[in-house]
Structures are given as C-alpha cells and as structure tokens.
Design a protein around this ligand. Structure first.
Ligand SMILES: Nc1ncnc2c1ncn2[C@@H]1O[C@H](COP(=O)(O)OP(=O)(O)OP(=O)(O)O)[C@@H](O)[C@H]1O
Ligand SMILES: N[C@@H](CCO)C(=O)O
Length: 316
C-alpha cells in the first residue's frame, strides 16, 4: 500500500490549477510502492503521476532527484520527467507534503524475466550512466559501506532467534566487504539509479519502455549499479543464480559502456556489497516494522542467499 496521505478532490483541483495540464478528469491512489504516496491523475490533456513525499524522504534531497530525472529525460532516457508549474517550479506542497507531478510512462514491470529483458536492462543502465555524465551536482550515497555499518548497528537489538542468527551471520561478511571495498578514484564514478529492481523497469510488447523511481539515485561507482542489477535480476525464486541472465545483462551494458579490467575484477565484491545493502535495509525494516503494519516487510534472507552466492565466486 502506498497512499499514506489522503487527497481531497477539491484540494487536488486547486493544486492542478497551478499547472498548465488541463482539467482534472479522475485520480486514483496507486497501491504499489512503499516509500511515498502515488496517484494516477488523468486530466483533459494527459495522464500524470502525482507523488507526495512522505517522512522517510529528506526534502533537501528532492531538488537533486528531480533535477537528475529532468536531465536524463532531456537526454532521451525514458524516465519520468518532472512537470513545472506555471511559476516554473517543479516542487510544490499538497496536503502538507512536498509534491511533484511527473510524466506518466506506459508499460508494465515483468512477471517473467527472460535473458533478452536483462540485455535491454543492461543497455538502459549504461545509457543512463552515459547520460548522467553531464549532470554535475553530486549526491553522496548514504547507503554505502559507512552507511551499512551504521544501519547494522541499529538492527542489533530486537527480533527473534531467527533474526539474531541472521545478524550474527552478517557481521563478519560486513567487515570483509567494508575492508575490501574499492577506494574512491579506483573505479569510474557517476550518477547511479541504485534501485533498478524489476518493479522499477517497464516493458511494452517485449521492449523496455521506461525506468522509474529515482529516489535512491546518488553518485557512486557505476559498476556498483550493475552489481545491484545482478542481484535484482539474476536470481530465480530468490535463490538460484541465473548465469544466462547475468551474461545477458553484462553483454547489454557493455554494448554501450564497456567495463574496465578494474571494474570486472571488482564485480564480486560490489555484488556482495549490493546484496548487503538490501539485506540490511530489509533487516532494518523487519526489526522496526510491527508484524501487523500495513506495509509488507521484504524478506532479508533472500539477500543473505545472494550474498552467500557472491562470496563464493571469483568472477561474475
Ligand atoms: N512515471 C510513472 N509512470 C507510470 N507509472 C508510474 C510512474 N511512477 C510510478 N508509477 C507507478 O507507481 C508505482 C509506485 O511508484 P514507485 O515505485 O516510484 O513508488 P515508491 O513508493 O517510491 O516505491 P518503492 O517502494 O519501490 O521505492 C509503480 O509501481 C508504478 O505502478
Ligand atoms: N528495492 C528495494 C526496496 C526499495 O529500496 C528492495 O527490494 O529491498
């Protein structure tokens, strides 16, 4: 469920009057997503997505995210483009929340992942990295090794025996990843999506039609973004590694942006780090979200299994 904030029709009409988007025809809350409240808004002109940013989002980060999305869209990347109001400003307030209207992207996320889809994801990711080069402002990654250590420290109290075992098993892996992590400057850096999961990529008639959800985007190693995709796209039923998907993902990526030798060699530890990042955010939510809450908690063990896989490989 991802409509935390209720929006009344009259209030939305007044809000839309700030924009040149036509008259309101209908609006519906969107159930998918967990971070923010999203609505599909249909006007006499077009369809839009209205996002109300909820409390986990730091409002100071919003101009950077929206600037990046606008920049990428202008470079031809199929991603939501923020819509400026008549005053030229994209970020306004609605129902007491920072709110933005973005362009609606057609398509749906995949239920079944074929290697050909992974190849397209690889290409789209590399294009996104290339297009991000000319977006100069940087946003450090809060969910990088130092952030993981801090997150881990906030997970250690609470939870049942199963959680306690997961925490104990995670500690030494975290130490190893942190000490083996590449230094700044050792690998090419740039703007990364940082959450390019299956639910954030749309397809239409078998072709990739759009990439959404840039609210974890940041400036980090480009190959780390690929490592996130290897985790998110290349496991069957959250446990079996699909080499064919991984090869297709890397092939697609390298059609646009070939990896350096250093990036190739770093992939196993980057994949361990990516698995650790999602293990820890899921573990944190598991420990801190009551079992009966409306938000569905995501399974941290699915990422422990990926971590164990990537600990055993010398190349990806
Ligand atoms: N630009 C868009 N065009 C079409 N549909 C969109 C667009 N943006 C969001 N959606 C729809 O809204 C849903 C939720 O969006 P999104 O994943 O960005 O929300 P979120 O709360 O930030 O989620 P998450 O928990 O994944 O971070 C998507 O699954 C998709 O169905
Ligand atoms: N894609 C993330 C949630 C948003 O960061 C996960 O599956 O854990």
């Amino acid at each position: 469920m991802a409509v935390y904030t209720d929006v009344k029709e009259e209030v939305l009409r007044d809000f839309l009057a700030l924009y040149s988007v036509g008259e309101l025809r209908s609006f519906t809350g969107i159930a998918e997503g967990i971070e923010n409240s999203n609505f599909l808004v249909e006007t006499s002109q077009d369809r839009f997505i209205l996002t109300l940013f909820e409390k986990r989002m730091n409002p100071e980060d919003l101009p950077w995210f929206l600037g990046l999305m606008n920049h990428l869209a202008e470079q031809g990347i199929a991603c939501p483009q923020p819509i400026a109001a008549r005053d030229g400003i994209v970020l306004h307030q609605l129902a007491g929340r920072p709110a933005v209207m973005v362009s609606f992207l057609k398509g749906h996320s995949l239920d079944e992942i074929m290697p050909s889809a992974c190849e397209q994801v690889g290409r789209a990711l590399a294009r996104l990295h290339e297009a991000g080069r000319s977006y100069r402002a940087e946003r450090p990654n809060a969910l990088a090794p130092q952030g993981w250590v801090e997150l881990f420290a906030r997970c250690t109290d609470g939870g049942d025996e199963k959680i306690a075992a997961l925490i104990a098993e995670t500690e030494s892996a975290l130490d190893h990843i942190v000490t083996s992590w590449p230094e700044a400057g050792q690998l090419p850096c740039g703007q990364i999506h940082a959450d390019l999961f299956v639910d954030n990529v749309f397809f239409r008639d078998g072709s990739l039609s759009g990439v959404i959800d840039f609210y974890f985007a940041c400036t980090d190693f480009l190959a780390y973004d690929l490592a996130i995709c290897l985790n998110a796209w290349c496991f069957e039923e959250d446990r079996h590694y699909r080499q064919d998907r991984a090869e297709a993902l890397l092939r697609g990526y390298e059609q646009v942006r070939p990896l350096s030798k250093a990036e190739r060699e770093a992939l196993p530890v980057l994949c361990q780090g990516a698995a650790m990042r999602f293990l820890l955010t899921r573990l944190y939510d598991w420990v801190h979200t009551p079992a009966g809450a409306l938000v569905t908690r995501k399974d941290p063990w699915a990422y422990q299994r990926r971590l164990i896989h990537f600990q055993k490989v010398s190349h990806v």
